[in-house]
Ligand binder design. Structure first.
Ligand SMILES: [Zn+2]
Length: 132
């Protein structure tokens, strides 16, 4: 798999400020602020930085947290995980496998069958609606 490697300056030039702050600086958007939080259209969710396919709309669910939530990833090329101990908590961070964008965190209180909740910032995602 081909990794995307860009310098901080290149990302800053390429991305909008909100996308840059979340994906490259590990920020978190305000809950209920994201355009894709309530999105229920059929399609695929891509990385806002590199277009890697991250999630399918069929795995999205309403967690009530205010962030787009999924219980499964699109493929084993989508994400990788890292322990995040910032803010005095131990959480598992989700990152894009292709470009290392910070996407959100994973929790173990999701629905069946996986029991996982991928809690993802809306600005980290680009939605591609499926043609019908
Ligand atoms: Zn990416």
């Amino acid at each position: 798999m081909k990794k995307v490697n860009k310098s901080d300056t290149e990302w800053k030039d390429m991305l909008s400020e909100s996308v840059y702050n979340v994906t490259r600086k590990k920020g978190t958007e305000a809950p209920f602020s994201g355009a894709l939080n309530k999105n229920i259209e059929i399609g695929t969710y891509h990385c806002a930085c590199c277009d890697n396919v991250l999630f399918e709309s069929t795995h999205k669910f309403d967690s009530g947290t205010g962030w787009p939530s999924f219980y499964e990833v699109a493929s084993n090329m989508s994400l990788y995980f890292k322990t995040d101990t910032s803010l005095g908590m131990s959480r598992v961070e989700a990152l894009c496998m292709v470009c290392d964008a910070h996407l959100g965190h994973i929790f173990d209180d999701g629905p069946k069958p996986t029991g996982k909740r991928y809690c993802i910032n809306s600005v980290s995602l680009k939605f591609n609606k499926k043609d019908t």
